[in-house]
Structures are given as C-alpha cells and as structure tokens.
Design a protein around this ligand. Structure first.
Ligand code: ADP
Length: 267
C-alpha cells in the first residue's frame, strides 16, 4: 500500500448471515477525490461501513493514518473522519443549525458547552454550503437538496480531513447534483480534504473524481483514472448492458447505457 490515509487491507467483512466483502484491498490517498462505483449490491455501502468503523472486519484491517482503526478511540477517529450517509431525514424537528452543530460533538468534552471555535466551525460550514439562510428551519421541511447540503455542512463542522459520502446526490435534480459535486471539489482542492464518494452517476464521478475504484460482488475489480476505468467493455460487463463511451466535459469519459443485456439476447 502507498501513502493511503485510509485503507482496507485484505478486508473480509459482512453481516451475521454472510460475508459481503471478499479480501478487499483499497486506499484513499492524501488529498485525492476518489470515486467508488459498481452495480447495486456490489458492496459499496458495506465497504464504507467498514472504512468508518461501523462494521468490524472478520479478517484483515482498516488502517487510518497508518494505524489499525480498532486500536483508535472512536472520538479520535471522528475528529479525523466525517461521514455523510445515504440520505435519510431524521424524524425530529431539529433545525439546520442544530444538525450542523452536532458535527462538533467529537470536539466537545463531557458536559462541555460550545465555545468560540465551535461557533466559528459551524458558521463556516453554513457559509460553505450556502445553508446559512436555512439555519432556523426544521430539517423535516427542507427539500432534498437543502437537506443534503445540511448533512454535508454537519460533516464540515466536524473539521475532519477525510470525508466519506454515500451517494450524496441520489434523488437530487441535475442542478443540485453539480452543486454538490462542485462543493466537494472545492473542499478537496482548496481545503485539502481527502474525499471518498460512492456514486451511481458514472458521469459525475468521471468528471469530478481523480481516481475511481469499481466493485463487483464484494471485490475491487478495477481502479485507476476515469479514462482507465470507464471503458465501454468494462462498464458493459460490470453493469450487464451495452455501453457507449465518448468524451464529455473536461475531456473526461462520458458513459451512456444504450441497451440492456436482456434486450440484446432477445433481439
Ligand atoms: P451497494 O452499496 O453496492 O449497493 P451493499 O453494501 O449495500 O451494496 O450490499 C451488498 C450486499 O450486502 C447485498 O447483497 C445486500 O443485500 C447485503 N446487505 C447490505 N446491508 C445488509 C444488512 N444490514 N444485513 C444483511 N445483509 C446486508
């Protein structure tokens, strides 16, 4: 393994009934914007859960800054690693500001109330995500895009150098999709955050990520630049459909599914 800040080393991991990840090796390098792609059920969310310490591998090791994660205190991990899970609006009527302030909890001592640093971090997170004008609104009343920006703001307030996101633009319209990816790119380039993002949208991943990892059936099956990974042959095999690849914005590959494998067989 190279200079990975977060790495899975020969990780086998899953749920009570069965293993999902099968001897997975991958790393998030310092300062990179890494995309994780693969069909439904290929193990992307499970890998994310292993990388954040939510799931304990049955074999192998998750390494954070070169040290096994299981040897590190949860609080210490939370200061360095922020997670944006798949979109789910909390049932309680917290305001946007309250949700964002929750990002500060790894920095607060027991029974300690917010200090000036916490206030500054929350203000900055609200500004970067353009959510300040929503600060007093209950999150249960937000649009999908507004809520997603709020959850990203919470992760920013945490001031972690690593951010892991699970399909941050699912259910968002194309305008909000590019807005979120441009925000992530700014955080990556201007603030030096290392980002790992699960994306179903291959073209957003192609356009914004430095490097891609593709998963299939619990294994890493390809990794490299978008140009290396997003070939018509590989994507066709991975997603079981007929795929065309041409050149999209920024000279990056643009992937289009032009027919299902079932359709091909039938014709
Ligand atoms: P992806 O994110 O690529 O869609 P997941 O990691 O969510 O894939 O799922 C991989 C496999 O793990 C699937 O077969 C899924 O049914 C199974 N799985 C996911 N979550 C659980 C769970 N909580 N308990 C048992 N099996 C699960």
């Amino acid at each position: 393994m190279g200079d990975g800040v977060l790495a899975a080393v020969n990780v086998t991991c899953g749920y009570e009934e069965r293993e999902v990840l099968d001897d997975v090796g991958m790393e998030l390098r310092r300062g990179e914007f890494l995309g994780l792609i693969g069909p439904n059920g290929s193990g992307k969310t499970t890998l994310l859960r292993a990388l954040t310490g939510q799931l304990r591998p049955s074999a192998g090791e998750i390494m954070l800054d070169g040290v096994p994660m299981r040897q590190q205190a949860r609080r210490e991990v939370a200061r360095r690693l922020a997670v944006v899970p798949q979109m789910s609006v909390p049932p309680f009527e917290f305001t946007v500001e309250e949700i964002v302030a929750m990002g500060r909890s790894p920095h607060l001592g027991r029974l300690q109330s917010e200090g000036a640093d916490d206030r500054t971090a929350v203000d900055r997170a609200l500004a970067l995500t353009h959510t300040r004008r929503l600060a007093g609104r209950p999150v249960t009343e937000l649009s999908g895009g507004e809520f997603q920006r709020t959850v990203i703001a919470r992760a920013l307030a945490q001031e972690a150098r690593l951010m892991l996101l699970d399909e941050p633009v699912a259910h968002l319209d194309i305008g909000h999709q590019v807005e979120i990816f441009e925000l992530l790119r700014r955080l990556n380039r201007d603030e030096g955050r290392s980002i790992l993002c699960v994306s179903h949208d291959l073209n957003l991943a192609s356009r914004y990520c430095d490097r891609l990892i593709a998963m299939e059936e619990g294994r890493v099956v390809a990794e490299g630049s978008p140009g290396e990974v997003l070939t018509a042959e590989r994507m066709g095999a991975l997603y079981r459909c007929t795929v065309q690849v041409d050149t999209g914005p920024g000279g990056r590959p643009r992937v289009t599914a032009v027919g299902s494998a079932a359709g091909e067989q039938g014709s």
